[in-house]
Ligand binder design. Structure first.
Ligand SMILES: Nc1ncnc2c1ncn2[C@@H]1O[C@H](COP(=O)(O)OP(=O)(O)OP(=O)(O)O)[C@@H](O)[C@H]1O
Ligand SMILES: [Mg+2]
Length: 358
Protein backbone atom coordinates (compact mmCIF):
# COMPACT_ATOMS: atom_id res chain seq x y z
CA UNK A 1 0.00 0.00 0.00
CA UNK A 2 1.32 3.44 -0.90
CA UNK A 3 1.98 5.74 2.06
CA UNK A 4 0.59 9.27 1.71
CA UNK A 5 4.08 10.75 1.46
CA UNK A 6 4.67 8.81 -1.73
CA UNK A 7 1.62 10.32 -3.38
CA UNK A 8 1.54 13.85 -2.08
CA UNK A 9 4.10 16.57 -1.77
CA UNK A 10 4.57 18.50 1.50
CA UNK A 11 2.57 21.49 0.24
CA UNK A 12 -0.64 19.43 0.26
CA UNK A 13 -0.10 18.58 3.93
CA UNK A 14 0.66 22.21 4.75
CA UNK A 15 -2.58 23.26 3.03
CA UNK A 16 -4.57 20.63 4.89
CA UNK A 17 -3.11 21.64 8.26
CA UNK A 18 -3.71 25.29 7.49
CA UNK A 19 -7.42 24.77 6.73
CA UNK A 20 -8.25 21.94 9.13
CA UNK A 21 -11.03 22.62 11.70
CA UNK A 22 -8.64 22.10 14.59
CA UNK A 23 -6.20 24.65 15.95
CA UNK A 24 -2.60 23.54 15.66
CA UNK A 25 0.29 25.34 17.32
CA UNK A 26 3.89 24.15 17.47
CA UNK A 27 6.24 25.69 19.97
CA UNK A 28 10.00 25.47 20.15
CA UNK A 29 10.43 25.32 23.92
CA UNK A 30 14.19 25.85 23.81
CA UNK A 31 14.01 29.01 21.71
CA UNK A 32 10.72 30.00 23.37
CA UNK A 33 8.99 30.84 20.12
CA UNK A 34 5.90 29.71 18.24
CA UNK A 35 7.14 28.04 15.07
CA UNK A 36 3.74 27.20 13.58
CA UNK A 37 0.18 28.38 14.11
CA UNK A 38 -2.59 27.47 11.67
CA UNK A 39 -5.65 29.48 10.71
CA UNK A 40 -8.03 27.83 13.20
CA UNK A 41 -5.61 28.34 16.11
CA UNK A 42 -5.26 32.01 15.18
CA UNK A 43 -9.06 32.34 15.19
CA UNK A 44 -9.32 30.71 18.61
CA UNK A 45 -6.62 33.00 20.04
CA UNK A 46 -8.50 35.94 18.64
CA UNK A 47 -11.76 34.67 20.16
CA UNK A 48 -10.28 34.38 23.64
CA UNK A 49 -8.21 37.54 23.23
CA UNK A 50 -4.88 35.82 23.72
CA UNK A 51 -1.96 37.06 21.66
CA UNK A 52 -0.35 34.21 19.72
CA UNK A 53 3.10 34.50 21.26
CA UNK A 54 5.14 32.33 23.60
CA UNK A 55 4.78 34.56 26.68
CA UNK A 56 0.97 34.51 26.50
CA UNK A 57 0.79 30.79 25.86
CA UNK A 58 3.36 29.70 28.43
CA UNK A 59 1.20 30.21 31.55
CA UNK A 60 -1.32 27.77 30.02
CA UNK A 61 1.14 25.12 28.98
CA UNK A 62 3.61 25.48 31.84
CA UNK A 63 2.77 22.40 33.93
CA UNK A 64 2.11 20.27 30.85
CA UNK A 65 5.52 21.05 29.41
CA UNK A 66 7.30 19.95 32.57
CA UNK A 67 5.21 16.77 32.71
CA UNK A 68 6.04 15.99 29.11
CA UNK A 69 9.72 16.67 29.67
CA UNK A 70 10.03 14.68 32.89
CA UNK A 71 8.17 11.59 31.83
CA UNK A 72 7.76 8.91 29.21
CA UNK A 73 4.45 10.55 28.35
CA UNK A 74 4.29 11.98 24.89
CA UNK A 75 0.76 13.27 25.05
CA UNK A 76 -1.46 14.94 27.57
CA UNK A 77 -5.11 15.96 27.38
CA UNK A 78 -6.27 19.01 29.24
CA UNK A 79 -9.38 21.14 29.16
CA UNK A 80 -8.94 24.67 30.30
CA UNK A 81 -11.71 27.17 30.79
CA UNK A 82 -10.81 30.46 29.24
CA UNK A 83 -12.21 33.93 29.31
CA UNK A 84 -15.79 34.04 30.57
CA UNK A 85 -18.11 31.74 28.71
CA UNK A 86 -15.67 30.08 26.31
CA UNK A 87 -14.18 26.65 26.85
CA UNK A 88 -11.09 25.63 24.95
CA UNK A 89 -10.02 22.00 24.76
CA UNK A 90 -6.27 21.43 24.66
CA UNK A 91 -4.14 18.40 23.85
CA UNK A 92 -0.40 18.72 24.28
CA UNK A 93 2.01 16.43 22.56
CA UNK A 94 5.67 16.10 21.89
CA UNK A 95 6.16 15.09 18.25
CA UNK A 96 9.90 15.32 18.59
CA UNK A 97 11.85 12.67 20.53
CA UNK A 98 14.40 15.21 21.72
CA UNK A 99 11.40 17.09 23.15
CA UNK A 100 12.37 20.39 21.71
CA UNK A 101 8.97 20.98 20.19
CA UNK A 102 5.57 20.85 21.81
CA UNK A 103 2.48 20.65 19.67
CA UNK A 104 -0.84 21.94 20.95
CA UNK A 105 -4.14 20.94 19.41
CA UNK A 106 -6.87 23.43 20.24
CA UNK A 107 -10.62 23.29 19.88
CA UNK A 108 -13.34 25.68 20.93
CA UNK A 109 -15.56 23.22 22.82
CA UNK A 110 -18.02 25.80 24.18
CA UNK A 111 -21.00 24.39 22.28
CA UNK A 112 -20.14 20.83 23.19
CA UNK A 113 -19.93 21.81 26.89
CA UNK A 114 -23.24 23.61 26.66
CA UNK A 115 -24.95 20.57 25.10
CA UNK A 116 -23.44 18.33 27.78
CA UNK A 117 -24.73 20.54 30.57
CA UNK A 118 -28.21 20.69 29.02
CA UNK A 119 -28.26 16.88 28.86
CA UNK A 120 -27.03 16.73 32.45
CA UNK A 121 -29.72 19.18 33.58
CA UNK A 122 -32.45 17.04 31.99
CA UNK A 123 -31.19 13.96 33.82
CA UNK A 124 -30.94 15.96 37.05
CA UNK A 125 -34.51 17.21 36.73
CA UNK A 126 -35.74 13.65 36.20
CA UNK A 127 -33.85 12.57 39.28
CA UNK A 128 -35.05 15.48 41.41
CA UNK A 129 -38.68 14.26 41.22
CA UNK A 130 -37.52 10.80 42.17
CA UNK A 131 -35.46 12.18 45.04
CA UNK A 132 -38.35 14.24 46.46
CA UNK A 133 -40.68 11.27 46.43
CA UNK A 134 -37.93 9.26 48.14
CA UNK A 135 -37.45 11.88 50.85
CA UNK A 136 -41.21 12.08 51.41
CA UNK A 137 -41.28 8.34 51.83
CA UNK A 138 -38.12 8.01 53.95
CA UNK A 139 -39.00 10.82 56.36
CA UNK A 140 -42.78 10.40 56.15
CA UNK A 141 -42.76 6.79 57.33
CA UNK A 142 -40.80 7.27 60.56
CA UNK A 143 -42.73 10.50 61.25
CA UNK A 144 -46.02 8.60 60.99
CA UNK A 145 -44.74 5.95 63.37
CA UNK A 146 -43.60 8.59 65.85
CA UNK A 147 -46.97 10.32 65.65
CA UNK A 148 -48.81 7.04 66.22
CA UNK A 149 -46.64 6.06 69.18
CA UNK A 150 -47.07 9.46 70.84
CA UNK A 151 -50.83 9.46 70.26
CA UNK A 152 -51.16 6.03 71.87
CA UNK A 153 -49.02 7.16 74.80
CA UNK A 154 -51.01 10.36 75.25
CA UNK A 155 -54.28 8.44 75.38
CA UNK A 156 -53.01 5.77 77.77
CA UNK A 157 -50.34 7.48 79.85
CA UNK A 158 -52.36 7.01 83.09
CA UNK A 159 -53.07 3.33 82.44
CA UNK A 160 -49.70 2.09 81.11
CA UNK A 161 -47.04 0.62 83.35
CA UNK A 162 -43.47 2.07 83.11
CA UNK A 163 -42.46 -1.00 81.08
CA UNK A 164 -45.26 -0.49 78.59
CA UNK A 165 -44.35 3.20 78.26
CA UNK A 166 -40.71 2.25 77.70
CA UNK A 167 -41.71 0.15 74.66
CA UNK A 168 -43.16 3.24 73.00
CA UNK A 169 -40.13 5.35 73.86
CA UNK A 170 -37.84 2.79 72.28
CA UNK A 171 -40.00 2.82 69.19
CA UNK A 172 -39.85 6.62 68.93
CA UNK A 173 -36.04 6.66 69.35
CA UNK A 174 -35.67 3.98 66.67
CA UNK A 175 -37.65 6.06 64.21
CA UNK A 176 -35.67 9.19 65.06
CA UNK A 177 -32.48 7.20 64.46
CA UNK A 178 -33.80 6.28 60.99
CA UNK A 179 -34.23 9.94 60.10
CA UNK A 180 -30.81 10.76 61.52
CA UNK A 181 -29.27 7.99 59.42
CA UNK A 182 -30.90 9.43 56.32
CA UNK A 183 -29.57 12.91 57.08
CA UNK A 184 -26.10 11.43 57.54
CA UNK A 185 -26.32 9.88 54.08
CA UNK A 186 -27.17 13.29 52.64
CA UNK A 187 -24.03 14.67 54.21
CA UNK A 188 -22.00 11.98 52.47
CA UNK A 189 -23.49 13.06 49.17
CA UNK A 190 -21.41 16.23 49.28
CA UNK A 191 -18.48 14.89 51.23
CA UNK A 192 -16.24 14.19 48.28
CA UNK A 193 -17.17 17.06 46.02
CA UNK A 194 -13.51 17.45 45.20
CA UNK A 195 -11.78 14.11 45.69
CA UNK A 196 -8.00 14.27 46.00
CA UNK A 197 -6.61 11.58 43.75
CA UNK A 198 -3.18 10.15 44.43
CA UNK A 199 -1.20 7.07 43.49
CA UNK A 200 -2.29 4.06 45.53
CA UNK A 201 -1.40 0.39 45.69
CA UNK A 202 -4.65 -1.51 45.16
CA UNK A 203 -3.30 -4.78 46.58
CA UNK A 204 -2.67 -3.13 50.01
CA UNK A 205 -6.11 -1.62 49.86
CA UNK A 206 -7.83 -4.91 48.99
CA UNK A 207 -5.96 -6.81 51.72
CA UNK A 208 -7.04 -4.24 54.29
CA UNK A 209 -10.68 -4.56 53.22
CA UNK A 210 -10.56 -8.35 53.12
CA UNK A 211 -9.40 -8.45 56.75
CA UNK A 212 -12.26 -6.16 57.67
CA UNK A 213 -14.87 -8.37 55.98
CA UNK A 214 -13.49 -11.53 57.55
CA UNK A 215 -13.76 -9.93 60.99
CA UNK A 216 -17.22 -8.53 60.27
CA UNK A 217 -18.60 -11.77 58.84
CA UNK A 218 -17.53 -13.69 61.94
CA UNK A 219 -19.31 -11.12 64.13
CA UNK A 220 -22.40 -11.47 61.93
CA UNK A 221 -22.19 -15.28 61.97
CA UNK A 222 -22.08 -15.53 58.17
CA UNK A 223 -19.12 -17.52 56.97
CA UNK A 224 -17.88 -16.09 53.72
CA UNK A 225 -15.12 -17.67 51.65
CA UNK A 226 -13.10 -14.79 50.24
CA UNK A 227 -10.70 -15.10 47.31
CA UNK A 228 -8.40 -12.35 46.08
CA UNK A 229 -6.72 -12.31 42.68
CA UNK A 230 -4.61 -9.34 41.66
CA UNK A 231 -3.02 -9.42 38.22
CA UNK A 232 0.56 -8.16 38.38
CA UNK A 233 0.83 -4.73 36.81
CA UNK A 234 -2.74 -3.75 37.63
CA UNK A 235 -2.19 -2.60 41.21
CA UNK A 236 -0.92 0.97 40.87
CA UNK A 237 -3.93 3.22 40.41
CA UNK A 238 -4.76 6.90 40.80
CA UNK A 239 -7.72 7.48 43.06
CA UNK A 240 -8.90 9.14 46.30
CA UNK A 241 -8.34 6.38 48.84
CA UNK A 242 -10.99 7.55 51.31
CA UNK A 243 -13.62 7.89 48.62
CA UNK A 244 -12.78 4.45 47.17
CA UNK A 245 -12.93 3.04 50.70
CA UNK A 246 -16.45 4.37 51.13
CA UNK A 247 -17.49 2.99 47.74
CA UNK A 248 -16.08 -0.49 48.38
CA UNK A 249 -17.65 -0.57 51.83
CA UNK A 250 -21.04 0.14 50.22
CA UNK A 251 -20.51 -2.60 47.65
CA UNK A 252 -19.24 -5.12 50.19
CA UNK A 253 -22.14 -4.36 52.53
CA UNK A 254 -24.53 -5.00 49.65
CA UNK A 255 -22.78 -8.29 48.86
CA UNK A 256 -22.98 -9.39 52.48
CA UNK A 257 -26.68 -8.45 52.67
CA UNK A 258 -27.33 -10.43 49.49
CA UNK A 259 -25.57 -13.49 50.93
CA UNK A 260 -26.91 -13.35 54.49
CA UNK A 261 -28.84 -16.63 54.25
CA UNK A 262 -26.49 -18.22 51.75
CA UNK A 263 -24.99 -21.54 52.89
CA UNK A 264 -22.01 -21.27 50.55
CA UNK A 265 -21.33 -17.59 50.54
CA UNK A 266 -18.36 -16.72 48.32
CA UNK A 267 -16.81 -13.37 47.59
CA UNK A 268 -14.25 -13.05 44.79
CA UNK A 269 -12.27 -9.82 44.63
CA UNK A 270 -10.01 -9.33 41.64
CA UNK A 271 -8.04 -6.63 39.84
CA UNK A 272 -6.87 -6.80 36.24
CA UNK A 273 -5.49 -4.46 33.64
CA UNK A 274 -7.66 -3.15 30.85
CA UNK A 275 -5.72 -0.69 28.67
CA UNK A 276 -5.00 2.47 30.68
CA UNK A 277 -7.38 1.31 33.45
CA UNK A 278 -7.61 -1.29 36.17
CA UNK A 279 -10.84 -3.21 36.61
CA UNK A 280 -11.63 -3.92 40.25
CA UNK A 281 -14.24 -6.66 40.40
CA UNK A 282 -16.29 -7.71 43.43
CA UNK A 283 -18.31 -10.81 42.80
CA UNK A 284 -20.78 -12.37 45.24
CA UNK A 285 -22.93 -15.49 45.23
CA UNK A 286 -25.92 -13.71 46.76
CA UNK A 287 -29.56 -13.45 45.75
CA UNK A 288 -28.78 -11.47 42.58
CA UNK A 289 -30.89 -8.75 41.00
CA UNK A 290 -33.83 -9.29 38.65
CA UNK A 291 -33.04 -8.12 35.10
CA UNK A 292 -35.96 -5.68 35.22
CA UNK A 293 -34.56 -3.97 38.35
CA UNK A 294 -30.94 -3.78 37.25
CA UNK A 295 -31.29 -0.28 35.79
CA UNK A 296 -32.91 1.00 39.02
CA UNK A 297 -30.07 0.16 41.39
CA UNK A 298 -28.20 3.46 40.82
CA UNK A 299 -31.31 5.58 41.37
CA UNK A 300 -31.33 7.44 44.68
CA UNK A 301 -33.67 5.76 47.20
CA UNK A 302 -34.13 2.57 45.22
CA UNK A 303 -33.93 -0.17 47.81
CA UNK A 304 -35.36 -3.63 48.42
CA UNK A 305 -34.26 -3.63 52.05
CA UNK A 306 -36.42 -2.84 55.01
CA UNK A 307 -33.75 -0.65 56.58
CA UNK A 308 -31.89 0.45 53.46
CA UNK A 309 -31.72 4.08 52.36
CA UNK A 310 -31.13 3.18 48.73
CA UNK A 311 -28.39 5.80 48.56
CA UNK A 312 -25.36 3.46 48.67
CA UNK A 313 -24.94 2.90 44.94
CA UNK A 314 -26.19 6.36 43.90
CA UNK A 315 -23.54 7.89 46.16
CA UNK A 316 -20.87 5.47 44.97
CA UNK A 317 -21.54 6.27 41.33
CA UNK A 318 -21.33 9.99 41.99
CA UNK A 319 -18.08 9.72 43.94
CA UNK A 320 -16.49 7.49 41.33
CA UNK A 321 -17.44 9.79 38.46
CA UNK A 322 -15.67 12.64 40.26
CA UNK A 323 -12.46 10.59 40.26
CA UNK A 324 -12.73 9.64 36.55
CA UNK A 325 -13.80 6.13 37.58
CA UNK A 326 -16.95 4.28 36.58
CA UNK A 327 -19.07 1.46 37.99
CA UNK A 328 -21.06 -1.33 36.31
CA UNK A 329 -23.24 -4.07 37.74
CA UNK A 330 -24.02 -7.42 36.16
CA UNK A 331 -26.26 -9.86 37.95
CA UNK A 332 -28.19 -13.08 37.53
CA UNK A 333 -31.14 -13.49 39.84
CA UNK A 334 -30.62 -16.40 42.19
CA UNK A 335 -26.92 -16.75 41.28
CA UNK A 336 -25.06 -13.62 42.24
CA UNK A 337 -23.82 -10.17 41.34
CA UNK A 338 -20.61 -8.76 39.91
CA UNK A 339 -19.73 -5.12 40.49
CA UNK A 340 -16.91 -3.75 38.33
CA UNK A 341 -15.16 -0.48 39.08
CA UNK A 342 -12.93 0.99 36.39
CA UNK A 343 -10.07 3.03 37.85
CA UNK A 344 -7.38 4.96 35.93
CA UNK A 345 -3.95 3.39 36.31
CA UNK A 346 -1.13 5.54 37.62
CA UNK A 347 1.38 6.47 34.93
CA UNK A 348 4.81 4.90 35.15
CA UNK A 349 6.53 8.12 36.27
CA UNK A 350 3.89 8.61 38.99
CA UNK A 351 4.36 5.03 40.20
CA UNK A 352 8.14 5.53 40.22
CA UNK A 353 7.96 8.68 42.36
CA UNK A 354 5.37 7.01 44.64
CA UNK A 355 7.71 4.06 45.24
CA UNK A 356 10.62 6.40 45.85
CA UNK A 357 8.61 8.25 48.48
CA UNK A 358 7.95 5.05 50.47
N1 LIG B 1 -24.69 -7.34 45.51
C1 LIG B 1 -26.01 -7.20 45.41
N2 LIG B 1 -26.82 -8.29 45.35
C2 LIG B 1 -28.17 -8.16 45.24
N3 LIG B 1 -28.81 -6.97 45.18
C3 LIG B 1 -28.07 -5.85 45.24
C4 LIG B 1 -26.63 -5.90 45.36
N4 LIG B 1 -26.18 -4.63 45.38
C5 LIG B 1 -27.26 -3.83 45.29
N5 LIG B 1 -28.39 -4.55 45.21
C6 LIG B 1 -29.77 -4.03 45.08
O1 LIG B 1 -29.69 -2.64 44.81
C7 LIG B 1 -30.42 -1.90 45.81
C8 LIG B 1 -29.76 -0.55 46.00
O2 LIG B 1 -28.51 -0.69 46.63
P1 LIG B 1 -27.92 0.51 47.47
O3 LIG B 1 -26.61 0.12 48.01
O4 LIG B 1 -27.99 1.75 46.63
O5 LIG B 1 -28.98 0.74 48.63
P2 LIG B 1 -29.31 -0.24 49.84
O6 LIG B 1 -28.23 -1.22 50.05
O7 LIG B 1 -30.68 -0.77 49.63
O8 LIG B 1 -29.35 0.78 51.06
P3 LIG B 1 -28.07 1.28 51.89
O9 LIG B 1 -26.92 1.27 50.95
O10 LIG B 1 -28.46 2.61 52.38
O11 LIG B 1 -27.91 0.31 53.00
C9 LIG B 1 -30.44 -2.81 47.01
O12 LIG B 1 -31.53 -2.53 47.87
C10 LIG B 1 -30.55 -4.19 46.36
O13 LIG B 1 -31.88 -4.46 45.99
MG1 LIG C 1 -26.16 -0.53 50.06
Amino acid sequence: MATPSQDCDGQIFRDILQDIHLGIVIIDIKKKIITYCNQQAAEIFNLIKLSPDFDSLFPIIDSSVSELLDSETSQKVKTVKKHGERFIGYTFGSPDKSRRFISILLQDITDQKRMDSIAEAVVTMNNVGYIFSGIRHEIGNPLNSIKMAITVLQKNIDRYSPDEIEVYFVRVFEEIARIEQLLKSFKNFNMYEKPQTAVMDLSDFIMHNTQLITAYSSVKDTLIAISVDIEPGSEMVKVDRRALQQVTMNILANAMDAMHDNKEARLAISARSHGPSTLLEIKDTGCGIAAASLHDVFKPFYTTKEKGTGLGLALSKKMLAQMSCSIDIASIEGQGTTVTITIPKARSYETASYKQSL
